[in-house]
Design a protein around this ligand. Structure first.
Ligand SMILES: Nc1ncnc2c1ncn2[C@@H]1O[C@H](COP(=O)(O)OP(=O)(O)OP(=O)(O)O)[C@@H](O)[C@H]1O
Ligand SMILES: [Mg+2]
Length: 232
């Protein structure tokens, strides 16, 4: 279950369970860079290094970077029964394609490396000093003081438009949980390319549907945040 579907006590419980990270101990061999693997083995057990979790991944701080750990469920026998989204390799490729992409101060965490095997996958990326929009809406994190709603959503709309038209990428999961707000600048950061689609010659309908769905989700996110601001 993802964070927008659970109440805060459940979320806290889930976090405290997952910071144990027992499932990952001894199973990080797919991380072929020993320095990264060792850093992670040391850091995962300290809940201070826990940055967030979604349906697919769990994100940890390692030194001045962060790492999104995912079980590679694409090789499971029942994989076809679920909509698993992108293979972690594809997610990493799309994020890499956007690593220098910035429109009106809106950007994507820079990816540094990725690892994967049949068991697991990991994306090493820039750690954002940012709040998650869903956690703001849940009253679990504070909106940065310099956040300007109208300006931020105008910028986000332009970012999305140029990402769609010039980069040929549709995010396809632009719910509040995948939008972060930088604590210093108050600007949006777009995360989680686990369902994103790259435009090709034979996917124009799917690509357009993803664009339309994202437009709806962003509008909904804006309305939710307006309602939140009216109350707080
Ligand atoms: N680069 C980053 N810096 C800081 N925190 C991050 C970063 N990337 C992700 N997070 C935090 O970790 C959480 C989980 O990351 P992400 O959304 O990529 O995982 P997911 O499992 O693919 O999510 P979903 O449920 O949307 O599929 C995010 O909601 C965010 O709060
Ligand atoms: Mg997410």
């Amino acid at each position: 279950m993802s964070i927008d579907k659970m109440d805060s006590s459940l979320l806290r419980k889930k976090i405290s369970e997952s910071v144990q990270l027992k499932n990952w101990i001894g199973k990080l061999d797919f991380i072929t860079d020993l320095e990264v693997k060792e850093a992670l083995e040391q850091r995962v057990q300290d809940k201070q290094n826990f940055l967030g979790e979604g349906g697919a991944g769990i994100v940890f701080r390692i030194d001045n970077k962060c790492i999104k750990l995912m079980r590679n469920r694409h090789n499971n026998q029942d994989a076809h029964l679920y909509n698993l989204g992108n293979h972690p390799k594809v997610e990493a490729e799309i994020q890499h394609k956007l690593k220098d992409f910035e429109v009106r101060s809106v950007s994507v965490p820079k990816i540094y490396n990725q690892y994967h095997d049949d068991y697991g996958a990991a994306i090493v990326m820039e750690e954002l000093d940012a709040v998650n929009l869903q956690l703001v809406l849940n009253n679990q994190e504070q909106l940065p003081d310099n956040f300007d709603l109208k300006e931020a959503f105008d910028e986000l709309d332009e970012f999305i438009y140029i990402m769609n038209t010039q980069e040929g990428v549709a995010h396809n999961d632009l719910a509040p949980r995948n939008l972060m707000i930088d604590k210093k600048t108050g600007k949006f950061k777009v995360i989680d390319f686990g369902r994103s689609i790259v435009k090709s010659d034979n996917n124009s309908k799917t690509f357009q549907k993803a664009i339309d769905d994202d437009a709806e989700k962003v509008e909904e996110a804006q309305s939710k945040l307006e309602a939140y601001l009216a109350k707080n």
